[in-house]
Ligand binder design. Structure first.
Ligand code: NAP
Length: 364
């Protein structure tokens, strides 16, 4: 065990199951402790994963002091991410922080300072960067299959509602902030990812204009597409369920991104990338590299078509992070990079107040 990196998973809910599985499966890491608000939740995660003899805590400070912890996974609700990540950095631990990484620019600034001061490695869970279709398309973009990319469109279309264990925190304005922040940040990050030509690079936004709307804010009726039923008397969403933003990037690419919690349909994550020599629509490609093609070429790969955390490529994300720690290099999805994704969600909020385009970066 001593030659393995020890992992503490904090916040023993839905997503933590995948952090535990991924780190236990990586040959260089081992989960050595789980902590949560309730000891019973930490115990339940340990039992499910058949982890014996690990530390179980309902006190984060004590968990951080557990012998052999090198990496901390922050899997708590989003309003706790900043304080949890800062405490982990101050304890000298490498950090996996779930999205969204923070609830305000000030929180992100404080997280950035703590990480810069301590030099720990970080990764923010924009896990779709490791989705097999995304990995393939990104490699194709880097290999000039689309030529020079000039436009990217991504959309997060998902009925985030009371089926989700994290909904009670996420639905509130004070703790969830906005639809772009809670779930739509996945689409924002994907837009940044495909707007950059390099295989391991995400583009930086320079200007954002956004609208918000939809119909679910304040509504006590919601749809569950799995059961195909509407339910009454549910706690309402406290912010707009639909946001759409137009984004200018520093390399000239223009992006369109939306989040839609009101869509009455199964989860979808549409992707469109337009270049001067080719196009991608989800898993369909039209490219100058295939001069004889007379129909779309379809990539047979796992698509980003499920909301289930067990479907998400956490193994790829965590394996990449372990490689970064071992090689003493930064992840392309580290906290500094993820700030540029979150800034777009905060710029949209600012735009709703001023009605004017917002210049980025917001954090200097
Ligand atoms: N990257 C992705 O694709 C992805 C997917 C899903 C979720 N997420 C993100 O992951 C985070 C957690 O989401 P989730 O779905 O796992 O939610 P969840 O099921 O509600 O789990 C959160 C856990 O945090 C614990 N917790 C709450 N308050 C705490 C406190 N004060 N101290 C310690 N633990 C506390 C709760 O533990 P107890 O049970 O002990 O009360 C709960 O089990 C959210 O930010 C969410 O957006 C990301």
């Amino acid at each position: 065990m001593a030659d393995k990196l020890g992992v503490l998973v904090h916040g023993a809910g839905w997503v933590s199951t995948q952090h535990i599985a991924a780190f236990n499966n990586n040959p260089h890491t081992e989960v050595v402790a789980v902590s949560s608000r309730k000891l019973t939740s930490a115990q339940a995660r340990a039992d499910e994963a058949e982890l014996e003899g690990i530390g179980l805590y309902d006190d984060y400070e004590k968990a951080l002091a557990h012998d052999g912890v090198d990496i901390v996974c922050v899997c708590t609700p989003q309003q706790l991410h900043a304080e949890n990540a800062i405490a982990a950095a101050e304890a000298g631990k490498h950090i996996v922080v779930e999205k969204p990484m923070g609830n305000s620019l000030d929180e992100m600034r404080a997280m950035r300072s703590a990480v810069r001061e301590t030099g720990v490695k970080t990764i923010v869970s924009f896990v779709l960067r490791w989705n097999p279709l995304f990995e393939t398309v990104k490699a194709m973009v880097a290999d000039d299959a689309l030529g020079k990319v000039y436009a990217v469109e991504t959309d997060y279309q998902h009925d985030i509602a009371s089926w989700w264990t994290g909904y009670e925190d996420a639905r509130k304005k004070e703790t969830g902030i906005s639809a772009f922040l809670t779930g739509g940040c996945h689409a924002i990050d994907s837009m940044r990812w495909f707007a950059a030509q390099g295989e391991f690079e995400a583009a930086r936004a320079t200007e954002v204009f956004a609208y918000s709307g939809g119909y679910r804010k304040g509504l006590t009726r919601e749809y569950n597409y799995i059961a195909g039923e509407w339910t009454d008397d549910v706690p309402p969403l406290e912010y707009d369920d639909y946001e759409i933003a137009i984004v200018k990037f520093d390399n000239g690419v223009v992006g369109k991104v939306s989040v839609n919690y009101g869509a009455i349909m199964p989860y979808m994550f549409p992707l469109q990338i337009f270049g001067d020599k080719g196009t991608v629509k989800d898993n369909r490609v039209w490219s100058h590299k295939y001069p004889g093609q007379n129909d779309w070429v379809t990539i047979p790969a796992i698509l980003p078509e499920s909301a289930d955390v067990a479907h998400h490529p956490f193994q790829g994300q965590m394996d990449h992070f372990v490689e970064c720690i071992q090689a003493d290099r930064e992840s392309h999805c580290n906290l500094e990079d993820a700030i540029h994704t979150h800034e777009i969600a905060f710029a949209a909020q600012e735009c709703y107040e001023t009605g004017r385009p917002v210049q980025l970066p917001l954090l200097d």
